[in-house]
Ligand binder design. Structure first.
Ligand SMILES: [Zn+2]
Length: 126
């Protein structure tokens, strides 16, 4: 059996009925798409919307939210009460993002993850 490379319409050269380079690219694209869909579907279970945030911030924020749900103290995450609103607790997520939670006495409810810039804007007097 002679194995001769042939020219596919896509411009690649190869053996067989279909271009394996293109087939491979297609498979990689499908995989990326699936990973993206899988990632997007994880946001459905978050108590607050984290969609707009970078991936590392999302993962870290979830870790903290999970910890709070498991009765960990916000101080373990270096959280602090806001000076002008003692019922809001600010927990650093990364250097640039913080998680704001409302203190209901016995439990904390996550309200939002905001960037450092937004945080400074909502601080009165600065
Ligand atoms: Zn091809």
């Amino acid at each position: 059996m002679s194995r001769r490379k042939k020219n596919f319409p896509c411009g690649h050269k190869g053996y067989g009925q279909i271009c394996h380079k293109c087939a491979q690219q297609q498979a990689e694209q499908n995989q990326k798409k699936q990973e993206k869909n899988a990632w997007e579907s994880t946001f459905a279970t978050d108590p607050i919307d984290l969609r707009a945030l970078p991936k590392n911030v999302v993962l870290k924020a979830r870790e903290i939210i999970q910890g709070l749900q498991n009765q960990k103290n916000y101080r373990e995450f270096h959280g602090k009460r806001l000076r002008h609103d003692r019922f809001i607790i600010s927990i650093p997520v990364t250097r640039h993002y913080r998680l704001l939670c409302r203190d209901y006495g016995n439990f904390l409810v996550p309200e939002a993850v905001i960037s450092h810039e937004d945080y400074n804007v909502c601080k009165p007097g600065s």
